[in-house]
Design a protein around this ligand. Structure first.
Ligand code: DQA
Length: 146
């Protein structure tokens, strides 16, 4: 089963970006964590990051066409991009929204995600472990035939 792990703006800077908020795991480490977890679970994991909204939209369209599962950290777009939400609403496989930080414990403008209402589920505040947990959930759904 193919799973796209898609990351929005500034997540390519993980490891040096606000380490007090996002931790010291680098983006390269995050990619390895997702690929290794996928290998363990028998998932074909493709990890991507972009700072360009149109690129993320294209990847979401691709995932929709393939009926693939998606783990998405929309980053700042979570809070205002109706275009990202609309592309998520077109997905035909499950969508797990992940945030590394607890967006509810931060500035008020981060408390609402426009994506959450069209996601299958949301994980936030568990650090990069949220990605691992999201992949385990998707493998469990596959095993349950869901
Ligand atoms: C984030 C939280 C967002 O508010 C922020 O803009 C990000 C990362 C997270 O993973 O905690 O870039 O999505």
């Amino acid at each position: 089963m193919r799973v796209y792990v898609l990351n929005g703006p500034n997540l390519g800077r993980l490891g040096t970006r606000q380490v007090d908020v996002y931790g010291v795991t680098s983006y390269a480490d995050l990619v390895n964590l997702c690929v290794d977890t996928g290998r363990e679970l028998g998932l074909d994991v493709v990890v991507r990051q972009t700072d360009a909204e149109h690129e993320l939209l294209g990847w979401l369209h691709e995932a929709a066409d393939e009926e693939a599962a998606v783990v998405l950290n929309p980053a700042a777009w979570s809070h205002y991009s109706i275009a990202v939400r609309d592309a998520c609403a077109m997905l035909r496989g499950p969508l797990v929204e992940v945030h590394i930080s607890n967006i509810h414990a931060r500035e008020e403008f981060r408390h609402h995600s426009v994506v959450s209402a069209v996601a299958t589920g949301v994980i936030c505040g568990l650090g990069v472990d949220g990605y691992r947990l999201a992949l385990h959930h998707l493998a469990a759904r596959r095993d349950a035939g869901a």
